[in-house]
Write a protein that binds this ligand. Structure first.
Ligand code: NAP
Length: 259
């Protein structure tokens, strides 16, 4: 399917690995020029070069912390006008409800709620002026059903979801479409870290921890960054113009919901 976005420009934050990289790669495959970001310069440079070589699109790379004011300013300055924005950042650490203080909440809210909001506030006016834009926020299945140990994530991402619900309807009349993609367990470094945590907690191997988690997914496997990226690229395409303010679960059926 031709996604109809060849020659557009996309900013994908936190995209040197994992789900962000999957989105960057799929957009590049659709002919979109990219601005990629992560904190670690070396991995980012390798990821950007792999995409340039494979798809021949232009890729600007900005090594910066997207959750800091300075880092965000650097990324946005380098990006200039963008047609497509995919927001992403690292997730907060797991724990118990009693572990977290004000500072932990501020950090999580900054990374997983206020950063995507700041990126949207910067990019939306240009998209509205040009009469076309696409935004995809990478959130989490924890927005639909809580993952108890991810209380910081549950809180921050639900706040972002509320903001998007209203904002998506305010910008849709201008041809600007915002949706959220909600990953369940995907095969990325983050998943390996979570498996490692479970393994240490239960005194089992990481492979056994993974097998346990896979058994909780009706699809009986982890999702891949490639299939996540393909869905993101579709939501950024010309075909997605009537999908407004939705929260799309990509979780292999793990969240037990009828609707
Ligand atoms: P990942 O494989 O660990 O990749 C994270 C990417 O983000 C890396 O490129 C990392 O590069 C970059 N990054 C992290 N913090 C950053 C920051 N402050 N500024 C700029 N770049 C940053 O993680 P992932 O699995 O793709 O997860 C992406 C998001 O989806 C996370 O918020 C995660 O909580 C959420 N999620 C993931 C899953 C899953 O199963 N994978 C499930 C639900 C939700 P640097 O470290 O070099 O900055």
């Amino acid at each position: 399917m031709d996604l109809g976005i060849t020659g557009k420009k996309a900013l994908i934050s936190a995209s040197s690995k994992g789900l962000g990289f999957g989105c960057a790669r799929a957009l590049a495959e659709a002919g979109v020029d990219l601005v990629m970001n992560a904190r670690g310069q070396e991995t980012l440079a390798t990821a950007a070069e792999a995409i340039r070589t494979q798809f021949g699109v232009s890729v600007t790379e900005v090594a910066a912390d997207i959750t800091s004011d300075e880092g965000r300013a650097e990324v946005l300055e380098a990006a200039g006008e963008v047609d497509i924005l995919v927001t992403n950042a690292g997730g907060p650490p797991p724990g118990m409800w009693s572990d977290w203080d004000r500072e932990d909440f501020i950090k999580a809210l900054d990374a997983n709620m206020l950063t995507p909001i700041a990126l949207m506030k910067h990019c939306l006016p240009g998209m509205i002026e040009r009469g076309w834009g696409r935004v995809v926020n990478i959130t989490s299945q924890s927005v639909r059903a809580p993952v108890a140990v991810l209380g910081l994530s549950n809180a921050a991402r639900t706040g972002l979801t509320g903001y998007v619900a209203g904002t998506a309807r305010q910008v849709a009349p201008h041809g600007v479409i915002i949706n959220n993609l909600l990953p369940g367990i995907h095969d990325t470094d983050r998943a390996v870290q979570l498996d490692q945590g479970v393994a240490e907690q239960q005194g089992i191997t990481r492979e056994a921890a993974r097998a346990q988690r896979e058994a909780t997914v009706p699809a009986r496997r982890y999702g891949t960054p490639e299939e996540f990226g393909a869905t993101c690229a579709f939501l950024c395409s010309q075909h997605a113009g009537f999908i407004v303010g939705q929260n799309i679960l990509l979780d292999g059926g793990q969240t037990n919901l009828t609707m």
